[in-house]
Design a binder for this molecule. Structure first.
Ligand code: TXA
Ligand code: MG
Length: 340
């Protein structure tokens, strides 16, 4: 189906329109604190199929179901005691919990998996919309498959024009990378995708928290992805990208050298390193991992728009609160990471 996509400021009137569209089984893009989501009624199979079609997402990659209050979980999944405590601590917020699903959740939504991913976003527009329709809403990031996740309504429009009827514009997303995905179906809670809620914060509640090895390395041959999203090409800019980690001066020297010997290159570096790069084409990724997370996807899109063919970027050590941004940088760079 081809739509005349409307992009409206999220006010009372557009929220009502969006809720009505969701009730009719349509797809609506809306802001969350992490990235923009592409939402539809999670219990309506044809509505969920329309999300996969708009995104061109492979059918074996399951969706996250969004709720505005915990009561909505009842009948949809088995809520464990650990889940209760994690929800007390981090909901609403950027933490997605994988729990065993009931037959009420259609297989299209979970791509046939026995678990369902649940999250309650911490964004006034997302919450108002979820409340207005009062449906569990399946919502992947609102990018076309393989593109960086959208952190503004303009990014969503770039990817979704003609494919969906409505985008609610709620400004720039605060966090900038997607939620932490935590698997609660095994013995030990395990982070499948790092986000703003860190393994350490989770361990503070549950006592233990593991991190899936594939968070910072490619899957090995024959290895199955714990989360299907990890086997798909992700967060890829058009340009080939290499990430350097090390002391500022050393990284700056490598960035300068690589830039000078490469055609149509661009640099992505921390704010304090920019003055060391002269008048070369360089973009800031902020000075902390949280700023990096907020800026990364936006910068990748900007460089795509400029037709850059090679990106040399500065990264952080992939640990602590830098794990989330570095997981995305690593994937954007096809794991081409060099310590200098
Ligand atoms: O911050 C976010 O989580 C955003 C906003 C819109 O809420 N949503 C988002 O959704 O990032 P998406 O579909 O782009 O990423 C969902 C990830 C995928 O890697 C998917 O494979 C994984 O969660 N996932 C979902 N359900 C799963 C399940 N039952 N088992 C394992 N992995 C699952
Ligand atoms: Mg996504």
């Amino acid at each position: 189906m081809i739509f005349d996509t409307r992009c409206l400021p999220a006010d009372a009137e557009s929220l009502l329109l969006a809720a009505e569209l969701l009730r009719q089984g349509r797809v609506v893009a809306f802001p969350t604190e992490t990235v923009y989501g592409l939402g539809a009624d999670a219990l309506n199979e044809s509505a969920v199929r329309a999300i996969f079609a708009a995104k061109e997402r492979p059918a074996d990659n399951p969706l996250i179901v969004h709720v505005w209050r915990r009561e909505q979980l009842s009948g949809l999944c088995a809520v464990t005691e650990a889940a209760e405590r994690l929800m007390d601590a981090f909901w609403p917020g950027p933490l997605t919990l994988l729990m065993e699903k009931t037959p009420k959740v259609p297989d299209v939504t979970t791509a046939g998996l026995p678990s369902v991913a649940m999250r309650s976003p911490d964004h006034p527009v997302a919450r108002a919309l979820l409340k207005a329709c009062d449906l569990p809403i399946a919502a992947p990031s609102a990018n076309r498959s393989g593109r960086p996740s959208p952190t503004s309504a303009a990014h969503v429009l770039e990817d979704m024009r003609g494919r969906i009827p409505l985008i609610l514009d709620g400004g720039e997303c605060r966090v900038g990378v997607e939620s932490t995905v935590l698997d609660l179906t095994g013995e030990i809670p395990t982070v499948l995708r790092p986000g703003a809620v860190t393994p350490r914060m989770i361990a503070g509640i549950t006592g233990q928290c593991a991190v899936a090895p594939s968070v910072m390395r490619p899957l090995m041959e024959g290895e199955t992805a714990p989360s299907p999203g990890m086997k798909h090409k992700h967060y890829a800019p058009k340009a080939k990208m290499t990430v350097y980690i090390g002391a500022d001066e050393r990284v700056a020297r490598v960035l300068r050298e690589q830039y000078d010997r490469t055609e149509n290159a661009a640099l992505l570096a921390q704010t304090q390193v920019l003055p060391l790069l002269g008048d070369r084409r360089a973009f800031s990724i902020g000075s902390t991992p949280a700023e990096g997370a907020h800026l990364l996807f936006q910068r990748l899109r900007e460089m795509d728009d400029l037709g850059v063919s090679r990106i040399f970027a500065q990264g952080w050590e992939p640990e602590g609160d830098a794990l989330a941004v570095m997981n995305r940088m690593a994937r954007a760079a096809g794991f081409d990471i060099v310590h200098v």
